[in-house]
Write a protein that binds this ligand. Structure first.
Ligand SMILES: Nc1nc2c(c(=O)[nH]1)N[C@H]1C(S)=C(S)[C@@H](COP(=O)(O)O)O[C@H]1N2
Ligand SMILES: [Mo]
Length: 195
């Protein structure tokens, strides 16, 4: 198990970002209903990459999974500390697809029509996971199962639940909440909540 709950040290003084309160619950926040994802789902990877691909659950896991203890910060003000997620780190997937030098940003796509964007530099960190397990159990559907993204160094809206695709972009674009006034950078230790 890799513990990344100390990553706050490079962003701020306290593990709990300013304006957040800790909860032992794990609230569900979705823009709509939980979508049904087919059992034979694949993760699509396209855009500025050498090898666009379509990965099954088994192919994704074969890239190399790890288990991490991480914190989870929701922009609405709650944080759940010490979540245990298992998944494939973003850089592992990026290496597999062969990201081209022109790629600067990433758009995550999801089965409910949700999208969210991040600069490539913010994604290309080992703690950004494509995760299918939470606290040793299959990721519950409400929390994004079968597959979601987690981004412990950013507000959680940057982590697409029910992720269906990863698009490598050569210029910035705005995702679902980013078009509606939420921050594109979303650093919790700077309270980057709104743009
Ligand atoms: N596909 C999808 N991903 C999503 C959302 C969503 O509505 N759809 N909501 C985001 C928001 S605003 C937050 S805070 C987290 C909530 O994750 P949780 O429901 O597991 O707490 O998921 C993010 N990822
Ligand atoms: Mo959120």
């Amino acid at each position: 198990m890799r513990d990344v709950t100390d990553l706050y040290e490079s962003f701020g003084e306290d593990r709990l970002p300013p304006g957040q309160r800790e909860t032992s619950e794990f609230p569900v926040l979705s823009k709509g209903e939980t979508p049904s994802v087919p059992d034979d789902w694949t993760l699509e990877v396209w855009g500025a990459v050498d090898e666009p691909c379509s990965l099954s659950a088994a192919e994704l896991a074969d890239l190399g999974a790890e288990t991490q203890r991480q914190d989870f910060h929701c922009v609405t003000g709650w944080s759940r500390l010490g979540c245990v997620f298992t998944g494939v780190p973003f850089p592992t997937l990026a290496d597999h697809a062969g990201v081209q030098p022109s790629a600067t940003h990433v758009m995550f796509h999801a089965h409910d029509g949700y999208t969210t964007d991040l600069p490539l530099s913010a994604c290309d960190r080992r703690e950004v996971l494509f995760a299918w397990e939470l606290d040793g159990e299959p990721l519950p559907a409400d929390h994004g199962g079968p597959l979601r993204v987690v981004v412990p160094h950013r507000y959680a809206y940057k982590g697409a639940k029910w992720v269906s695709g990863v698009e490598f972009l050569t210029e910035p674009e705005r995702g679902y909440w980013e078009k509606r006034g939420y921050s594109q950078t979303a650093n919790p230790w700077n309270e980057e909540r709104y743009a």
